[in-house]
Design a protein around this ligand. Sequence first.
Ligand SMILES: *Cc1c(COP(=O)(O)O)cnc(C)c1O
Ligand SMILES: [Zn+2]
Length: 439
Amino acid sequence: MAVSLVCVECGREHEPSGIWRCEGCSGMLEVRISEVEISREELDARLSYGNTHYSSGVWRYKELIHPLIEEKMIVSRHEGNTGLYTHSRVSEFSGIKELYMKHEGENPTGSFKDRGMTVGISEAVRLGSRYVGCASTGNTSSSLASYASVAGISSVVFVPSGKIALGKLSQTLAYGAKAIQINGNFDDAMRLVQEAAERLGIYLLNSINPWRIEGQKAMAFELIQQLGWESPDWICLPAGNLGNTSAVGKALSELVGLGLIEDMPRIAAVQADGASPFYNMWKNGYSEIRPVEPHTLATAISIGNPVSWKKAMKSIKDTNGVVERVTDQEILDAKAVIDSSGIGCEPASAASLAGAKRLRSANIIKEGESVACILTGSMLKDPEITLNYHMSRLDGIDARHMNAPIAVEADIDKIVEVFGKNAKELPLDKGEVTPLEIL
Ligand SMILES: *Cc1c(COP(=O)(O)O)cnc(C)c1O
Ligand SMILES: [Zn+2]
């Protein structure tokens, strides 16, 4: 088994050391693992391995992700093993009968970032790094902070001031990372952390780091394994810095190459209207990304200059995929439907469903095709948006699925009166139980 870091620009191969850019041309690197063999049966058998590293939904696929690493260096929080859901209300909303939601918000720190981070931090341990860092819209920093502390490594995160959701910032501080708030946006933070990493000898763990992408591949491996090794027709995912789009495409190509699946699913990468440079590039056939000033309420995908655009474009081409964009209104409508179905997700995650709905309406997703939407983060990450939505306090957003609290005096007669007057307006479905019967 051979493992190398290959430059995606010039093809130069490097030994797996602590670099994240090509030593020849500064291009981005990707991990190449050759001569692997693994069967569906072996991977299925590992589902019953109990409390070993194979019980992690990332390290179960170790040969396909980081075969070099010794078990004692693995820093795992039993990430992955996230739920796959269907719900009639979500199907109805999207017009897609066979629609799955893979809930990556069920990872230990509440987002899919843990899949890449367990591999990134384990690699930092293998390399003997003392300090790790990243720029983040919040979820990468939460994940980095947690895994670094578990490993006993110091961490620093660069975050855009005022543009990070409350749940993410509080988590990052609590897990013990040093947080540098940049007076700028994510793209500024990304540029500065790369310079800081080089000057200060910090091991950079943004998704520019090829090991992060390796870990994130496990999301696709696990999804397909949960579907009994049957490919869905489509995988829809929100697209910001494009690490995830890159990882899912790489994973799918590898699964086909290894003979673990027969049919290649199509990727649909979904951006927010106000932060859609990748959509522009794909739609207009630009040869390079043209950065934009990002504006969207979905902070996790509020990125105007995505680092992984080249790898992500390869994912779209290799899977005969598409790129879509949706408005904040569409994102929050989709989120409200996912939330009220009892599943819940953070705003950026709902871009996947909003995109699937749009693609179905345009008949790009055809009648009868199956779709897996990736819900990238937990509902609890961004309580402010959720609350402001249900209080109808978001500028320019029509809170169509609003469910505001009702203030009532502490008096049972008053409470009964409120129910009597408002029973029809209460946000309950046609079900058998009426509000008064509940009382
Ligand atoms: C990071 C993140 C994204 C975007 O993923 P990229 O790999 O940057 O495209 C989407 N949703 C959530 C919740 C995230 O944390
Ligand atoms: Zn190169």
